[in-house]
Design a protein around this ligand. Structure first.
Ligand code: NAP
Length: 333
């Protein structure tokens, strides 16, 4: 199903982000073991102070955008309408930020959503030449038919579900189905012309048998993410995998500890990027979204796996040169 949206997003405006942050929060599911704080998987709901944190995130996005977007656009001729980026998982925390950032850069974007009606509530009315919406569930191979990929040059996939049983598993939407079968289905459906697939994964995927990761992996989330990663790696697809630390900053769509603790929204901009599976910390969703977008254009990130954290301090913002340096230096970290 194609959904046409009719007016365009002028910039990362607060109204867009406020809409993007109008997400349903869920009741508590399970207590979060404190020693898992750095493991990076979703568990608990946002139930306190959501409006306050939403304002913080809006401010953070606007501030980051104001600081760097003009510079970034001047420095990066590659940010042009020649791209068509398919975002899968666009209604999620990272995905919403990816979409808003792509739109603010005038990059044509297509969304694959299980529920296409979410597009308008999240991103407002958009010109159909800028934002297209298709209906699809990655668990269903038939939903990933060639028309989904027609004209698509790049893909950012940030699908996921909760690590522990929750309402979001309804209909068998489990880590096995989403993080393994969904990714496998996607890879099998990709056209040979694709220039890049960026996949958001998690730190700890190579250590799922080791404490404390094994607790996070009780229902297999890390194992299935690793299986998804491995399938991507074994293909000929030009991929970049970004293993995120525990996600901080809204939107608060996930059952994660952060939603109870708060976010240091907007402050965690200094980026720690390396290769392997050594990091144990947190990363701002804003930073993950930006890393995904920056990786699209960098040849040095092709067929590479990175892990990412962010800490308080000034970061690369959306300046391509700074991100290039970070990705290049990650090889030696
Ligand atoms: N939370 C953490 O601390 C943490 C740490 C490390 C890595 N990660 C990973 O980082 C990624 C982004 O996290 P996030 O918190 O931004 O994710 P999120 O808010 O949980 O969003 C998940 C997205 O995946 C979509 N999705 C779920 N099942 C799907 C299916 N069967 N077919 C198509 N789309 C489907 C959801 O769409 P619907 O709206 O249809 O549900 C939603 O857009 C995920 O892979 C997550 O596992 C998370």
């Amino acid at each position: 199903m194609a959904l046409s949206l009719s007016a365009r997003l002028p910039s990362c405006s607060s109204s867009v982000f406020e809409k993007a942050h109008k997400v349903t929060t869920q009741p508590p599911i399970l207590p979060f073991p404190s020693n898992l704080a750095a493991c990076g998987c979703t568990l608990l709901p946002a139930s306190m102070g959501v409006a306050r944190r939403r304002r913080q995130v809006v401010g953070a996005v606007e501030e980051q955008h104001n600081q760097t977007s003009v510079l970034a656009q001047k420095q990066s001729p590659s940010y042009s309408s020649s791209k068509l980026v398919l975002v899968i998982g666009a209604s999620g925390g990272v995905g919403q930020l990816v979409v808003a950032s792509l739109l603010s850069r005038n990059i044509k974007t297509r969304l694959l959503l299980r529920d296409p009606s979410k597009a308008i509530s999240l991103f407002g009315l958009q010109d159909e030449n800028t934002l297209e919406v298709r209906e699809g569930d990655t668990r269903n191979q038939n939903d990933l038919d060639p028309t989904i990929f027609d004209g698509v040059t790049h893909i950012i996939c940030c699908t996921g579900t909760t690590a522990f049983p929750s309402k979001r598993w309804d209909g068998d939407n489990t880590p096995e189905r989403v993080d393994w079968e969904g990714i496998r289905n996607l890879v099998l459906a990709l056209p040979p012309t694709l220039e890049r697939l960026v996949l958001v994964s998690s730190i700890g995927v190579t250590k799922y048998n080791v404490l404390p990761w094994s607790i996070m992996n009780l229902f297999g989330v890390l194992k299935f993410k690793k299986m998804g990663e491995d399938f991507v790696r074994s293909s000929v697809v030009p991929f970049t995998i970004i293993r995120a630390g525990r996600l901080t900053d809204g939107p608060y769509t996930s059952y994660d500890l952060n939603t109870l603790l708060k976010a240091t929204a907007g402050k965690r901009r200094a980026v720690i990027l390396s290769q392997g599976d050594k990091l144990v910390g947190e990363v701002s969703r804003l930073v993950v979204a930006e890393a995904c977008i920056q990786a699209l254009d960098l040849e040095c990130t092709k067929r590479k796996i990175y892990e990412i954290n962010s800490v308080e301090g000034d970061g690369p913002g959306s300046v391509p040169e700074k991100w290039r340096e970070l990705f290049e230096s990650a090889e030696t970290n």
